[in-house]
Design a protein around this ligand. Structure first.
Ligand code: FES
Length: 144
């Protein structure tokens, strides 16, 4: 019998924590990504089995939601809000300042729920509000 890896144990713990909840798939996938940084293809059969779903159903959910990654990201992810309120407050100009930036992976996100203090960005669970080019540049420097 093979010794379980740290990843196996983490998946076991996450499945045990959620498997009896209604709508457990999304919380399980979020926790797996939070723990591992991505949702590896190799966990799909285990998640499907635990929830009595097909592998295609689990894969379909992972591929539908842009937040889920199937491969690790080798740099910090900065999610810049591109929704209307942040656009009106200058998020497009901020995005332009990040063109060619290789130290962080810049992804769009559509409303972080803090529209009145935009433009906003999110790194991990932290929201960074009232961004301007200088504050965004300092954030990227801090992440690099
Ligand atoms: S539009 Fe950016 S936080 Fe709502």
């Amino acid at each position: 019998m093979m010794t379980p890896t740290a990843q196996d144990l983490a998946i076991d713990r996450i499945l045990a924590a959620h498997r009896d909840e209604p709508g457990a798939l999304l919380p399980i996938l979020h926790d797996i990504q939070a723990e591992l940084g991505h949702v590896p293809e190799t966990v799909i059969p285990r998640v499907a089995h635990a929830l009595n779903l097909s592998r295609a159903e689990v894969h379909g959910v992972i591929s539908f939601y842009h937040d889920f990654r199937s491969a690790p990201v080798d740099r910090p992810v900065l999610k810049l809000c591109r929704s209307e309120s942040c656009q009106a407050r200058g998020s497009e100009a901020l995005a332009a300042t990040l063109a060619g930036e290789t130290r962080v992976k810049v992804e769009p996100v559509y409303c972080l729920g803090l529209c009145s203090v935009g433009p906003n960005a999110m790194v991990g669970d932290a929201v960074h509000a009232r961004l301007n080019p200088a504050r965004l540049g300092a954030l990227v420097e801090a992440l690099a």
